[in-house]
Design a binder for this molecule. Structure first.
Ligand SMILES: *Cc1c(COP(=O)(O)O)cnc(C)c1O
Length: 396
């Protein structure tokens, strides 16, 4: 007879809760932040351009523009792409709401495209079907850290003369056919929220190869002003003309120093994430009731998260019950994501359920397992043990 579930009063697989993601601060990060605090700059200092240069080099882009969050990055990218009232922006249904909210901020209308059933990245065929004369931009999301079908979607965007915005919040360091994400789409956005690959507290960036787009991004994050503070300071200009309605989306110097320090460990983090994913693939393969994430060819996965699909036909309970049982075993899970248009805000805007059936089908089955670089081999053992215990218990 197998062990009783912790949910039913049995002994949990582990003593303390393992979260699905967690940032890591190294001593060198602390020193970098302290040095920035002592530098005399709190914002608009030298760490901003230094971080932007380093990020652009890491992803192979001509320009990187740092902003205050991944959401600000999406807003700035949608602005630079020329999105505005009366236009449509195609966005995958299975993503964090911010991917779509950026269009709404600008008075545009998100049009949701369904995902592929295997990778859960947006389905190029559905993107093609949703392009109309009103479409002003295409947003793709590298779900979980796996680059989307950038050749196919890029070809659609070019044929329709639409800018491609890649929300690569999950995919810093990922590669697609030998090229780093950040150097492929017209505009690529990143997030430096603590669960992401590089943690700055809050933070984000847009990369682009286009000088004009970079200029618009820089203006947008700085009130729409023509020049930045350091330029005015250096040249003795008395004021800077405000050209358009921008925001204050600057990332502080202290955060840039932290992000720069974290960026130096990106490759080590990616390697560790890939090792953990490999172990999950090896040790959870064949477990009844479970489908492991599909990985396409010719790419390097950044493994921001490890989302599995529950096979509900082989289980006696739903995803919510499985999550609760894992949590009782002290293995924290999460769900990425509810289809964006199921959120009450979007429902009120008139979006109906049933719009993207594959995203909805996946949502009912999705479960994100813990994955972050500081996880030990023992932590991975615990997740595997808890999954075997819980899925074994609820097997049909
Ligand atoms: C994290 C994330 C964002 C938003 O980033 P913030 O830095 O939290 O604003 C946007 N899109 C996706 C897919 C994300 O995962």
């Amino acid at each position: 007879m197998s062990e009783p579930l912790a949910l039913d009063g049995g002994r949990p697989v582990r003593a303390t809760l393992l979260p699905y993601g967690r940032h890591a601060i190294a001593e060198e990060d602390v020193e970098a932040v302290v040095a920035a605090l002592r530098s005399g700059w709190l914002t608009t200092g030298p760490h901003g351009p230094a971080f932007e240069r380093a990020l652009a080099d890491v992803v192979g882009a001509r320009h990187a523009v740092a902003v205050s969050s991944g959401t600000a990055a999406l807003h700035a990218a949608a602005f630079a792409a020329g999105t505005g009232p009366g236009s449509d922006v195609i966005v995958p249904a299975l993503t964090f709401a911010a991917s779509a909210n950026a269009a709404c901020y600008l008075g545009a209308t998100p049009v949701f495209a369904d995902v592929r059933p295997d990778t859960l990245n947006v389905d190029p065929a559905d993107v093609a079907a949703k392009i109309t004369a009103r479409t002003r931009a295409i947003v793709t999301v590298d779900y979980g850290g796996q680059p989307s079908d950038l050749d196919e979607i890029g070809a659609l965007a070019r044929a329709a003369r639409l800018p491609l915005i890649e929300d690569a919040s999950h995919a810093l360091g990922a590669e697609y056919r030998g090229r780093r994400v950040g150097s492929i789409a017209d505009l690529t956005t990143f997030s430096f929220h603590p669960v992401k690959h590089v943690a700055a507290g809050e933070g984000g960036a847009v990369t682009t190869g286009d000088d004009e787009l970079a200029r618009r991004l820089r203006r947008f994050r700085n009130h729409g002003l023509e020049t930045e503070f350091r330029e005015r300071d250096a040249s003795g200009m008395d004021y800077s003309p405000m050209i358009e309605l921008g925001y204050n989306y600057r990332l502080t110097d202290v955060q840039c120093a932290l992000a720069l320090s974290q960026l130096s460990r990106l490759d080590a983090g990616l390697k560790r994430r890939a090792e953990i994913a490999r172990r999950y693939h090896a040790e959870l393969a064949g477990l009844s009731g479970l489908t492991l994430p599909a990985v396409g060819p010719h790419l390097r996965h950044a493994w921001h998260i490890f989302p599995v699909l529950l096979d509900l036909d082989r289980l006696r309970v739903d995803r919510r019950a499985i999550l609760a049982a894992l949590r009782a075993e002290n293995v924290g899970g999460a769900v990425h994501y509810v289809p964006v248009y199921w959120h009450p805000y979007y429902a009120q805007r008139g979006y109906r359920r049933g719009l993207c059936p594959r995203a909805e089908h996946a949502f009912e089955r999705l479960l994100t397992l813990p994955l972050f670089p500081a996880m030990t081999e023992g932590d991975v053992d615990d997740v595997v043990a808890a999954m075997r215990k819980v899925l074994g218990h609820y097997a049909r």
